[in-house]
Design a binder for this molecule. Structure first.
Ligand SMILES: Nc1ncnc2c1ncn2[C@@H]1O[C@H](COP(=O)(O)OP(=O)(O)OP(=O)(O)O)[C@@H](O)[C@H]1O
Ligand SMILES: CC(C)(CO)[C@@H](O)C(=O)[O-]
Ligand code: BAL
Length: 282
């Protein structure tokens, strides 16, 4: 496994790989790897000849007062996880090379970025689509893999790839959870053990909404009441949003169907966690 920090060296390897007729699978991450990343890497290993993992804590997608500095980092551990997953190249650029002095170009997806995390984190998706475009230009993947834990991010990237005619297959992967339901997330590392217990209110409330939906409830107001009650029962939980949206357009819905996305963002103490499900799935 190679570790490449230079943009030029990564680009050279990508072009050489494609010229030789080999395919490239790409998993972009911010590091501090867990088995959610592991599932993307395993699928990437299956789909490409060269498997590239990027590790870059992207400053442009963090707002003022967010956790850019505190974001967990452990390159030594990530190396071991990547090696075990069969990664060929870790691309870990420095921020100064991705955003040198004079940098002023951004990619913006319009409507899909307005609600949900886009509303709570102004500028977040502009940072994501910008860095992902740059990474795509550097790594030149045939296929790129993203997790549906970040459901809106996946939808926004699919839109960007279609709108900008990027010749890349975007693959969305299911959410990997702990045995008790908690969605794996690098930010879970911020939680104390009591907060870790409280954080189960996210997955528990998704399950309850799915059960209610499965029993025939279609009224979003009723479904929302159930979810809100479960989250509100946790003293350390503060709701950022509880939203029922069309799983494709992300427009708000009042009558649920199988394609309705239930998306949550909840702060446990100061740690903001997200989770989601489609009401008709599973
Ligand atoms: N539990 C999970 N299951 C499947 N994919 C996941 C999971 N968690 C993260 N991913 C995916 O891994 C990729 C990299 O995400 P990232 O490095 O931000 O990890 P993260 O755990 O989501 O971190 P954060 O704490 O910032 O939410 C994204 O495509 C993301 O959707
Ligand atoms: C896609 C991504 C690597 C861009 O920085 C990030 O948003 C993430 O880890 O989901
Ligand atoms: N997992 C998406 C990256 C972020 O929260 O900034």
């Amino acid at each position: 496994m190679q570790i490449i920090e230079s943009v030029a060296a990564m680009q050279q390897l990508s072009f050489a790989t494609r010229r030789s007729g080999r395919t490239i699978a790409f998993v972009p991450t911010m590091g501090f790897l867990h088995d959610g990343h592991g599932s993307l890497l395993r699928e990437g290993r299956r789909r490409g000849d060269l498997l590239v993992l990027s590790i870059f804590v992207n400053p442009t997608q963090f707002g003022v007062g967010e956790d850019f500095e505190a974001y967990p980092r452990d390159l030594a551990r990530d190396r071991a996880v990547a090696e075990a997953a069969g990664v060929d190249v870790i691309f870990a650029p420095r921020a100064g090379e991705m955003y040198p002095a004079g940098y002023q170009t951004y990619v913006d997806v319009e409507r899909l970025t307005l609600p949900l995390c886009g509303a709570s984190r102004p500028g977040h998706f502009r940072g994501v689509t910008t860095v992902v475009s740059k990474l795509f230009n550097i790594v030149q993947p045939d296929v790129a893999l993203f997790g549906s834990k970040d459901y809106q991010q996946l939808a926004v990237i699919r839109r960007m790839v279609a709108d900008l005619n990027m010749p890349i297959e975007v693959v969305g992967m299911p959410i990997v959870r702990e045995a008790d339901g908690l969605a794996l997330s690098s930010r879970n590392a911020y939680l104390s053990s009591s907060q870790r217990q409280a954080a189960l209110c996210l997955s528990r409330s998704l399950r309850a909404a799915k059960e209610l939906y499965g029993a025939g409830e279609r009224n979003v107001a009723t479904l929302r009441e159930r979810v809100t009650a479960i989250v509100a029962a946790e003293l350390s939980a503060t709701v950022d949003y509880i939203e029922f949206r069309n799983g494709h357009s992300l427009e708000e819905v009042v009558v649920a169907d199988d394609q309705t996305l239930l998306a949550l963002a909840v702060k446990i103490g100061t740690t903001r966690l997200i989770d989601n499900c489609l009401l008709g799935e599973g």
